[in-house]
Design a protein around this ligand. Structure first.
Ligand code: SF4
Ligand code: SF4
Length: 261
């Protein structure tokens, strides 16, 4: 629902005087309830451009708010607060503070892409959810999600060797996210693999753990990919004004130190 259809009377906006008497009439408690006025002063006019600058967010401007993405969404069916159409509306109207109220659930998109198939305007809402989660992390509003850590581990390995080795990816992912490797589901999966896979394949998988597979003559491709990734990261930082934010924070810290000296 667009924000104007949503109740903006939130518990924190309700003010109640525990003891209040007006012209001899006791209006304490519930009788003195008033709603604090709400003024939006924190628009981020660049919000749509910032999301559009990140991978997946490119087509956000096409959205005409039909709601098909939310209606078809797997996560919305479980939690109605998860609402891609509403977040796209907030982004396009620059309502950053409203978007941040939902910062802890936006990353929950499971990338099923039902929304992408339902969207009549080719907005690719799944991509917009990814871009928004990425934006939240880059701006420091949320910690890096496990999904982002997995993407990093996966990409690092492909960039480095030109191949992917599942065991190494899983081990590194668990280590970076501070999780124990001996997950019951993982132990069960390994047991079943050992029972059902041919011995030759198991041997190859075991060897891949020791001698990491590499694509021959990969160095040229690796350098080109790394150069491209660095260029993209630079563009994203610039679109989000991250370097300016860091400079401002550093200046504030210096200022604080100088004042205390
Ligand atoms: S389905 Fe597409 S056009 Fe419709 S609200 Fe979602 S993103 Fe916008
Ligand atoms: S990709 Fe994400 S936003 Fe789209 S339907 Fe699936 S869970 Fe919902």
């Amino acid at each position: 629902m667009p924000i104007h259809e949503k109740s903006l009377i939130r518990p924190e906006n309700l003010k109640v005087q525990e003891k209040l008497e007006i012209e001899g009439v006791d209006v304490s408690g519930h009788w003195s309830t008033f709603i604090e006025s709400r003024v939006v002063t924190d628009y981020n006019e660049a919000l749509e451009e910032e999301i559009a600058a990140l991978p997946g967010g490119e087509f956000i401007h096409r959205c005409w708010q039909c709601g098909s993405c939310t209606n078809s969404c797997t996560v919305h069916a479980l939690n109605t607060d998860f609402n891609p159409r509403y977040w796209i509306y907030l982004i396009r109207t620059g309502m950053e503070a409203e978007l941040l109220r939902d910062k802890d659930i936006i990353w929950q998109c499971v990338s099923c892409n039902k929304c992408t198939y339902a969207c009549p305007r080719d907005v690719v809402p799944e991509g917009v959810m990814k871009a928004t989660a990425h934006w939240l992390e880059l701006k420091g509003h949320t910690p890096k999600s496990h999904s982002m850590v997995f993407d990093e581990v996966f990409s690092e390995q492909v960039f480095k060797t030109g191949k992917i080795e599942d065991g190494f990816t899983v081990r590194r992912f668990f280590s970076r996210t501070g999780q124990a490797l001996q997950q019951p589901w993982l132990v069960e999966m390994v047991k079943r693999l050992m029972q059902n896979l041919p011995l030759s394949l198991l041997t190859r998988m075991g060897l891949a753990n020791v001698i990491k597979p590499r694509t021959r003559n990969w160095a040229g491709a690796r350098d080109a990919i790394n150069e491209y990734v660095a260029e993209q990261e630079k563009q994203h930082r610039s679109a989000l004004g991250l370097d300016e934010l860091v400079q401002m924070a550093e200046a504030e810290v210096k200022d604080g130190v100088a004042k205390r000296a």
